[in-house]
Design a protein around this ligand. Structure first.
Ligand code: PEP
Length: 253
């Protein structure tokens, strides 16, 4: 698979300026693990400050409004997060789909605006426990992805996928390596179908859902796993770096 493993911290709605010391610690340590690409997505309010701290790590946003600037109180668009220093944006996270009723059409519009603003996109997908128990996880996830993939003319530059089963996010439960492998292979087949095998190979598929230092190695050595999207464990430099170290060791193995 192309490229280094990609370990991305999603800080969600956590963090004030007191968190900048964690960002600094992550950044300085990441300089020792160059075989791993490390990034964090802080809340909007910290993007610029983390960007100023970051010598090595990438900085991104957790969402963006799909429109141009205008009368949308409280919203922030792709050009604004890029201006603040974001290089990527997480789109389609299940918490946004659930908390804000985000639809596939809205997410696709956000993808277009992110590409226009020069941002890379981490596109999230994942099924609920009900959907998995009904045996429909794969169809559901591929159905989430299919229309979105058409938005990327140059997927190698722009697209990372994060498979995050909803029931594994913040719950301490992770999918089994076999389930992760099966879903990542299904996503890879879809990427091959849409972009052709050569271009598809440049798109990393991250796993997300309760990744921690003690399960990172097993997850990151699962076939077709190109890294991890990490929520809770990214809020402390120590635990996040434990995952970065595990990723680095998989590269040495
Ligand atoms: C996430 O929300 O992207 C996530 C993976 O969270 P956690 O690691 O806390 O499960």
């Amino acid at each position: 698979m192309a490229e280094r493993p990609y370990i991305v911290g999603n800080w969600k709605m956590f963090g004030t300026r007191a968190m900048l010391s964690e960002a600094r610690a992550i950044d300085r340590a990441a300089q020792r693990y160059m075989k791993v690409e490390v990034a964090v997505a802080p809340p909007y309010t910290l993007i610029h400050a983390v960007h100023k701290e970051a010598e090595q790590i990438g900085v991104g946003a957790q969402d963006c409004h799909p429109g141009e600037e205008g009368p949308h109180t409280g919203d922030i668009n792709a050009a604004m997060v890029a201006d603040a220093g974001a290089k990527f944006v997480i789109l389609g996270h299940s918490e946004r789909r659930q908390d804000h009723g985000e639809t596939g059409d809205l997410i696709n519009a956000k993808i277009e605006s992110a590409i226009e603003a020069g941002l890379r996109v981490i596109l999230c997908c994942g099924e609920s426990l009900e959907t998995r128990d009904a045996g429909q996880a794969e169809d559901f996830v591929l159905g989430q992805l299919r229309p979105a993939l058409e938005k990327f003319e140059d997927p190698a530059d722009r697209l990372t996928i994060a498979y995050e089963p909803i029931w594994a996010i913040g719950t301490g439960r992770t999918a089994t390596p076999l389930d992760i492998e099966a879903m990542h292979k299904a996503i890879r087949n879809l990427l091959d179908e849409v972009y052709g095998a050569e271009r598809s190979a440049d798109v990393r598929i991250l796993y997300g859902g309760s990744v921690k230092p003690d399960n990172a190695r097993e997850i990151l050595t699962t076939p077709e796993v190109g890294g991890a999207l990490v929520g809770g464990a990214s809020l402390s430099a120590e635990t996040f770096l434990g995952i970065v170290v595990a990723a680095s060791e998989t590269e040495d193995a």
